[in-house]
Design a protein around this ligand. Sequence first.
Ligand code: NAP
Length: 314
Amino acid sequence: MVENVIIIGSGPAGLAAAIYTAREEFKPLMIKGAGAGGQLLLTTDVENYPGIERIAGPELIRSMEKHATKFGTRFLEGDVTKVDLKSRPIKVYVGSKLYETHTLIISTGASAKWMGLASEKNFIGRGVSSCATCDGFFFRGKPIAVVGGGDSAMEDAIFLTKFCNSVTVIHRRDSLRASKIMQERALANPKIKFVWDTVVEEVIGDAKVTGLRLKSLKTGEASEMKVGGLFIAIGHQPNTELFKGQLELDKEGYIVTKDDVLTGIDGVYAAGDVADRFYKQAATASGAGVKAALRAREHISILKFEEEQKSKQR
Ligand code: NAP
């Protein structure tokens, strides 16, 4: 059986594509990988999704899934291990199982970046984390540091004050990248301190993290800070490993698209953070998912028309 539409990835881009293609009665097959649900599952409150004043990230995803299911989306749990985008139909493998499809929507999202220190890697799961919503609870009562100056770092710092009385944001510059409202909330929170123009040079500890070695980028001065945990919130990198050598990627690994979602291969579309180095919002990802769905619909109707012409000639 050849599917009309396979969607890889189940964040807002994939789910919006699923809702639209399901309403076309294409019965899309969504393959949900290890990071099912995407970054919204790791977010606390979403306050900027148009039409919804405030909703928890996981609840927004659950609601989109329910919506997509209602119109006939089918879900498959598993990680896609290989794709062949040039073959017709397009081939998608989940382990040894092969799925074939006329169109493919790639919405594999992005994953948290790490600083790249050997000591950081050593302590992942032992005091170093990139997910405050997942792990914050385990740091109850401990002094915590958050690295980063964007919305993720502010959101994490604010969230962590639920569990900890002392949260220190360590930022490499002297001004924040975060949106104004998030900056204001973090700066006004009495439990949050800021260390500016500073980077972490080493994570220190034994069985668990006990401190950080810091370096001021202004003075070059080294210092130590006692912490019970470190949260890294320095942005994300696109999940495009699977497509290397088959799709054009930019130097940071994002899928290069034309007209927002066209990958350069007929029938293959990219939507959401996997192809978005700039906007990275749930709302823009949903919009891209809709665009990919409409392109898939156009492609399928051309295939159907060509098929009809051929059968008339027979
Ligand atoms: P981001 O906006 O790219 O910010 C990353 C931050 O980490 C920047 O302040 C950057 O410093 C710093 N950084 C990057 N590499 C670093 C390194 N190696 N060492 C130390 N610091 C480093 O990423 P984000 O905060 O994850 O946000 C991504 C997107 O998601 C944004 O569009 C944001 O608006 C959105 N978002 C929104 C919400 C919300 O609305 N509630 C929540 C989370 C994310 P520089 O500033 O010096 O570059």
